[in-house]
Ligand binder design. Structure first.
Ligand SMILES: NC(=O)c1ccc[n+]([C@@H]2O[C@H](COP(=O)([O-])OP(=O)(O)OC[C@H]3O[C@@H](n4cnc5c(N)ncnc54)[C@H](OP(=O)(O)O)[C@@H]3O)[C@@H](O)[C@H]2O)c1
Length: 269
């Protein structure tokens, strides 16, 4: 089966391409690096020729609302148009658990908020749902790899403040495995939720992530702090009971990533 992976050079995309190839599929990574641009549509007709499935795991270069909205609207319209012409039978897109909830309320004093990014993801999802191509929209929880970005966005340099709400993060490896299984299966024509094997409090998740990398910043659970300038409640970030769960535990992943950091430092000497 020919499966085109848009964003196939990214964190999830590169792992997904490897997994699909291991299972004998013709997985083709497509991104500006390989001459395919879903915003300008450069290279799209060629790469989609003969494809049964297109998986979109690309991301907007900016999280700012106007830029993200332009990216996801234009890119998704192009993917639908060229996908229809090529006879694509399954359109898979990766989005985020709670996208609809995160698009709602920003903190009243937030100078910067990620709410606009989620509005753009919602616009992407709406276009896919309204298209004539059978689809699966995969809602994943936050990646383990994303902990540092959450920390940096919530830091004043020495202290990190995040709302102590529930989070059920997962390894990018598990995200890629789940997206791969969905891509080769029948279209859900709806949303499929995926998440990690355990729940944490957001402050606890960040604290564990930082301490494994000897990051000295203090993490404070502050109910008023929100999540990237968005007002969140206890369950905004967690999936429903039918979510498909990954296997990799955060503790195992942290130990592995600490080992590979040490290994990289050793080889650079
Ligand atoms: N971070 C999280 O915790 C989280 C949680 C749930 C879902 N998600 C979703 O997961 C998706 C993928 O995230 P990621 O972290 O794997 O992304 P990433 O590592 O930033 O990779 C983004 C990919 O998009 C490609 N790209 C950018 N502009 C493009 C364009 N104009 N045309 C074609 N490809 C383009 C990039 O190609 P180049 O390498 O050539 O620039 C790269 O391959 C996102 O949609 C995000 O919403 C993220």
């Amino acid at each position: 089966m020919k499966i085109v992976v848009i964003g196939g050079t990214g964190l999830i995309g590169s792992k997904l391409v490897n997994k699909l190839r291991e299972h004998g599929h013709e997985a083709v990574p497509a991104s500006p690096n390989s001459g395919v641009n879903i915003v300008t549509s450069e290279g799209l007709a060629e790469v989609l020729k003969g494809a049964s499935v297109v998986v979109d795991v690309s991301n907007s270069p900016s999280f700012e609302e106007t830029a993200a909205m332009n990216f996801f609207n234009t890119a998704t319209r192009n993917l639908i148009k060229y996908g229809q012409s090529a006879g694509v039978q399954h359109y898979v897109a990766l989005s985020v658990v709670g996208t609809d909830r995160l698009a709602e309320r920003r903190l009243s004093d937030a100078e910067k908020t990620i709410r606009g990014y989620f509005r753009a993801k919602l616009a992407q999802e709406k276009l896919i749902k309204e298209s004539s191509i059978p689809f699966s929209i995969v809602h994943a929880t936050q990646f383990f790899e994303f902990a540092k970005s959450i920390a940096d966005a919530s830091s004043d340099g020495t202290t990190i403040r995040v709302a102590p709400v529930l989070i059920q993060p997962m390894a990018a490896e598990d995200v890629a495995a789940a997206v791969g299984r969905i891509a080769v299966g029948s279209p859900a024509n709806g949303i499929v939720e995926i998440g990690g094997p355990e729940q944490f409090r957001l402050d606890e998740f960040i604290r564990l992530g930082l301490s494994a990398h000897n990051d000295p910043r203090k993490v404070v659970g502050d109910p008023a702090a929100g999540y990237f300038g968005v007002e969140v409640d206890e369950r905004t970030l967690v999936p429903g009971k039918d979510a498909r769960l990954g296997e990799i535990r955060f503790e195992t992943w942290l130990a592995q990533s600490a080992r590979s950091t040490v290994g990289a430092a050793d080889t650079s000497r």
